[in-house]
Design a protein around this ligand. Structure first.
Ligand SMILES: NC(=O)c1ccc[n+]([C@@H]2O[C@H](COP(=O)([O-])OP(=O)(O)OC[C@H]3O[C@@H](n4cnc5c(N)ncnc54)[C@H](O)[C@@H]3O)[C@@H](O)[C@H]2O)c1
Length: 258
């Protein structure tokens, strides 16, 4: 359980949801965890919960769309944690609108947070990983493999897959691995209120939506030594949904295959 002992892990959007579960996973495996988020109160509460377990954690204010904010977060991580060995680009937002109702500002904000934010994070940490090595895990989505009702969300997550592969190639010689986790439905705040959720769960081959720990375990795997030969890769975690669930369920319901 001390797999990440002596390592510092910086997690964007770690105040709640998937990022919070990722923070607990790394901290329970011995890491010093830094949560960067725009939600100061929630981030503070998550740090308090981690410390209540005797784990090592702190938070820094971070809006991932700001390069100076990244510089500050990375500097604080290095000063407190003795380096930055793992970066988890997890912060993300969603706007439930169609193209014709999307404003330019909304479009740019989703791209700024979900895609540019990850670029800025990678650019900020690699000088500290070069030489000693490191691992970066980007949280994309299964929306990076299909169209998503939110066009900017889908574009940002497809972009994040591309960024993952480019960064993996660029930093391989530096001993920095860059991978991507692509969740489907996960029971967090971002999907609350979505009227489609129950139907989608009904179409999911494994019969349920993921919880945040299902995603965190893949992040821990990709960041750890067991994945030392894996870079530029994507893991879809959606209970089989992207494998062709719509076609499958439609065919089964129509009783077309016997
Ligand atoms: N929950 C799902 O069904 C699902 C599915 C696929 C992908 N994802 C992705 O997983 C990631 C985590 O989402 P979640 O489900 O935990 O949602 P969430 O809304 O619970 O958590 C997102 C976190 O990101 C933070 N955040 C938002 N904008 C930020 C910014 N500009 N700077 C720093 N932090 C910011 C929020 O404050 C929050 O703590 C996102 O990238 C999301 O797109 C989620």
């Amino acid at each position: 359980m001390d797999q990440f002992s002596g390592k510092a892990v910086l997690i964007s959007g770690g105040a709640r949801g998937i990022g919070r579960a990722v923070a607990f996973l790394f901290a329970r495996r011995g890491a010093k965890v830094v949560i960067g988020d725009v939600l100061a109160d929630e981030a503070g509460a998550t740090v308090a919960a981690l410390r209540a377990e005797g784990l090592s954690a702190r938070c820094v204010p971070l809006d991932v769309s700001s390069a100076p904010a990244w510089s500050n977060a990375v500097r604080e991580t290095v000063d407190w944690g003795g380096g930055v060995h793992v970066l988890v680009n997890n912060a993300g937002i969603l706007v439930r609108k169609h193209i014709e109702t999307y404003s330019e500002d909304e479009w740019r904000r989703v791209l700024d947070v979900n895609l540019t934010g990850s670029f800025l994070g990678i650019r900020a940490v690699v000088p500290h990983m070069r030489g000693s090595g490191g691992a970066i895990v980007n949280i994309a989505s299964n929306a990076a493999f299909s169209g998503h009702p939110d066009p900017a969300y889908s574009a940002s997550k497809w972009g994040l897959r591309g960024l993952t592969r480019s960064a993996a190639l660029q930093f391989a010689a530096d001993g920095i691995r860059v991978n991507c986790v692509c969740p489907g439905l996960v029971s967090t705040d971002i999907i609350r209120g979505g009227r489609h959720v129950e139907t989608m769960v009904g179409m999911t081959p494994l019969g349920r939506m993921a919880d945040a720990d299902d995603i965190a375990s893949a992040v821990g795997y990709l960041a750890g030594d067991a994945a030392r030969m894996i870079t530029g890769e994507e893991i879809i975690i959606d209970g089989g949904f992207t494998s062709g669930a719509a076609y499958w369920k439609t065919a089964v319901d129509a009783d077309s295959y016997r």
